[in-house]
Design a protein. Structure first.
Length: 314
């Protein structure tokens, strides 16, 4: 969240002067010195790659002009705007503090939003990085480069929170997030997160839940002409749980007035997994059907009339 708020107010090329308070913060740091000048981009790398508390505090100090409480208020306002209902911030660096908490769901949602930033996505993929002052950063994300398709996102550790990580993996047509909070050891965090991701890929598959060109219904057109097929306006591919059935609900016209134009909306399909709507799309006519001329209509009605009369004597 510190990085997201910073990116709302600063560009990576902006220069920050490190305050004394940021340089003095403990635990994971990149050993910033008071008065040192460093770009926002380098501090973002410090915060995201090496979880550097001094980098996070330096960013917050710069954005809020030395008022840490004001920056924390920005963080909480953004959390409220994003719907993170089980999150409250008390510090910009994430160190233990009263009323400083989050949930696995909120951490996951925040990671998904952060990864929409090309800057964040580029940085969290790095296993190492070099920044000003000859500093070489090393990630705490042990699964980077080992778990196929893993792109990040963020690790964290404090005495109260334990070993934590939120990860994103893109592979096999899926984009999956998993979060582990409160692991007792770094190794246990890694093992549990890998197991959770493997399970996720074993029970989800990307499938065409609404298939392109499949006929979902048909509508009578009258005048002895064949019915017009109704197909989805577009196909929808979505990841689904392979152990849960899907239900299709189609609402569509059973008969239509002519003429009908190809692509004309004549219904809707919804695909549900339990009560959750997985996908929905309009159903449209697969072809044109013109309105017959007067002579054709007269012949149709005459033929139908004679057929009915003939049935009386058979």
């Amino acid at each position: 969240m510190t990085v997201l708020v910073t990116l709302h107010h600063r560009d990576p090329g902006d220069v920050v002067t490190v305050p004394r308070e940021a340089a003095a913060v403990g635990e994971s740091t990149i050993n910033l010195r008071a008065g040192e000048r460093m770009t926002v981009g380098d501090l973002l790398k410090g915060a995201l790659v090496q979880s550097a508390n001094d980098a996070a505090d330096a960013l917050a100090d710069d954005v809020a002009h030395g008022n840490t409480a004001a920056f924390v208020a920005m963080m909480n306002a953004e959390a409220h705007r994003l719907g993170l209902t089980h999150t409250h911030f008390a510090r910009p660096d994430g160190l233990d503090a009263p009323a400083h908490y989050s949930s696995a769901r909120d951490v996951t949602k925040l990671a998904q939003l952060a990864m929409r930033s090309s800057i964040v996505r580029r940085i969290v993929r790095l296993r190492t990085a070099e920044i000003a002052g000859g500093r070489r950063l090393h990630t705490w994300n042990d699964l980077l480069g080992l778990f196929r398709g893993l792109d990040g996102v963020k690790t964290g550790h404090t005495a109260a929170a334990g070993w934590c990580e939120v990860a994103e993996v893109r592979r096999d047509g899926l984009d999956m997030y998993a979060t582990i909070l409160g692991s007792p050891t770094r190794g246990q965090r890694n093992a549990d997160l890998a197991a959770l991701l493997r399970w996720g890929f074993s029970v989800e598959r990307p499938v065409w839940v609404i298939a392109p060109d499949r006929v979902y219904a048909s509508a009578a057109t009258g005048y002895g002409r064949r019915a017009v097929a109704l197909v989805a306006a577009r196909g929808v591919e979505s990841p689904i749980r392979v152990d849960r059935p899907l239900v299709e609900k189609v609402v569509a016209a059973t008969a239509v007035s002519l003429p009908v134009r190809r692509g004309e909306v004549l219904g809707e399909i919804r695909v549900l997994s339990g009560r959750r709507v997985v996908a929905h799309e309009q159903l449209v006519a697969a072809r044109d059907v013109s309105r017959p001329g007067v002579a054709t209509r007269v012949r149709f009605y005459a033929h139908r009339t004679f057929t009915h009369i003939g049935s009386w004597f058979t």
